[in-house]
Design a protein. Structure first.
Lengths: 298, 161
């Protein structure tokens, strides 16, 4: 399958890329790792006139933890992030980055590309909602940071303006006593997740939940915060009753569609189970337990 | 659709040999390898980034060559299944696939070899779980996975520290 013809450009730096995209207009598209865009082009669901290859722009592959912020460069491939020191220190990052699709896709697919693609079932958008991340962008009018919840506005749609590119993702370094887990349920490695759940929390003495964020993937056109579920846990002792209430709240807020991956009722039940599983892992990680997370396959 | 599309000149190294070619920007890397370079060991299975039959290595990293444009490989080192043998001798991994009956129809084999070759370069002693994770993006429609895993385990067991 061949995409429709397009012109190819490879800018030398970020400034040149932004200028190119602004000049070429809205029928031009940036190409990073291409793991979302190329399949879309091959299906001719989009036919851009020009592709601006930003995949080799310098200085956009990094992962650092400095001054209370974790920051990951937009062109960091998933597999590279999964092997970084950030992933070792923050297990929820490794759950997500190391479980996206398969090894080959993780070689080329990038975090910046994943959030810009804004697929409702993709992993990074759900995970970054769990971590209350910001998306750093630069465009013709300069730099700005957008909260992930405002960045993805609709399915496959972002707040990026013409000529604007994602340069990095950042979130607050989790405080001591924190732990998280991200689990996606997939039919196979290369398939999109059916649904996914991310839980990031901070525990105080006596198994009391000091703070928690829960986000759901595949549960609506954009990643969904489970705010009521968080309220069922925050400030409470985390016993099985609290988790059951949170699971009820997760099922209530989710609006998964009926599709080839399953009925909406099936997906709601799946979300309940994934929340309990992710919650259990997150709790143990708060106490520094080492638990290898992985996506759950059918 | 743009009126005129200029071809782009790219320089690539494939299995140690240098090539310069002019390609249309939309040419997929797998088509480039098969049609322009003439190396047909890299297979097109699903053409949707699912099956992994087109797996090759770019600068050592395993990628699905149906989900990359040839222009993106400009300046890169490409390794295909034809590059595994040395001086007419099969690579130990190829030899092991043969000895353990790690192939039935053989269609997925080039992709399986390139994926597991990348795994062993990164981790010479993978356990069973790591091997299964490494071939999660490669489909064997004969379902001959057990022998593929055995073949990789045998190489890992014999690998020098």
């Amino acid at each position: 399958m061949y995409p429709a013809p397009f012109r190819y450009h490879r800018p030398a730096n970020l400034k040149e890329a932004i200028l190119m995209l602004s000049t070429l207009g809205e029928t031009a598209k940036p190409l990073a790792g291409g793991q979302t865009l190329i399949p879309i082009l091959k299906l001719r669901m989009d036919e851009p006139t020009d592709l601006v290859d930003i995949g080799r722009l310098p200085d956009l592959r990094f992962a650092r933890n400095e001054g209370g912020w974790v920051e990951i460069g937009a062109l960091s491939p998933h597999g590279w992030v999964a092997r970084s020191d950030i992933a070792k220190a923050i297990p929820i990052i490794k759950d997500c980055a190391g479980g996206i699709a398969d090894m080959q896709v993780r070689s080329r697919g990038t975090i910046g590309g994943s959030v810009s693609a804004a697929d409702p079932n993709c992993d990074w958008p759900a995970l970054l909602n769990t971590l209350d991340a910001e998306v750093r962008c630069v465009g013709p009018d300069g730099e700005r940071a957008i909260a992930i919840g405002d960045f993805i506005t609709e399915a496959y749609t972002t707040a990026l303006l013409p000529g604007e590119l994602v340069t990095a993702i950042r979130f607050r370094t989790p405080p001591p006593g924190s732990g998280g887990a991200y689990i996606a349920y997939k039919k196979a490695a290369a398939a999109f997740p059916v649904v996914s759940v991310g839980v990031q929390m901070t525990l105080a003495a006596g198994n009391v939940c000091q703070d928690v964020r829960i986000a759901l993937g595949g549960s609506g056109p954009t990643p969904r915060r489970a705010i009521q579920a968080e309220a069922e846990l925050r400030g409470k002792t985390l016993d099985s009753q609290a988790w059951q209430h949170a699971a009820d709240a997760v099922a209530a807020v989710a609006e998964p569609t009926d599709d080839v991956r399953g009925s909406s009722e099936f997906k709601r039940q799946l979300l309940r189970g994934l929340l309990l599983k992710a919650g259990g892992t997150a709790t143990r990680r708060c106490a520094n337990a080492t638990i290898e997370g992985s996506h759950v396959y059918a | 659709m743009p009126d005129a599309i200029n071809k782009v000149t790219i320089d690539v190294t494939v299995n140690g040999r240098k090539f310069r070619r002019q390609v249309e920007p939309r040419m997929l890397l797998v088509e480039f390898i098969r049609e322009e370079i003439g190396l047909t060991g890299t297979h097109i299975g699903c053409d949707t980034s699912y099956c992994g039959a087109c797996t090759i290595q770019i600068d050592g990293a395993p990628v699905k060559s149906c989900t990359m444009f040839a222009v993106q490989a400009d300046g890169c080192e490409i390794l295909t299944v034809e590059g595994l043998e040395k001086d007419g001798q099969l690579h130990p991994l190829q030899q092991s696939f043969s000895e353990h009956h790690g192939l039935q129809c053989g269609f997925c084999t080039p992709g399986m070899l390139m994926a597991t070759h990348a795994l062993l370069a990164d981790n010479p002693h993978p356990d069973r779980h790591a091997i299964k994770k490494a071939i999660a993006g490669n489909v064997c429609r004969c379902t001959g996975y057990q022998n593929i895993i055995k073949a990789v385990e045998a190489v890992a067991a014999g690998a020098k520290e």
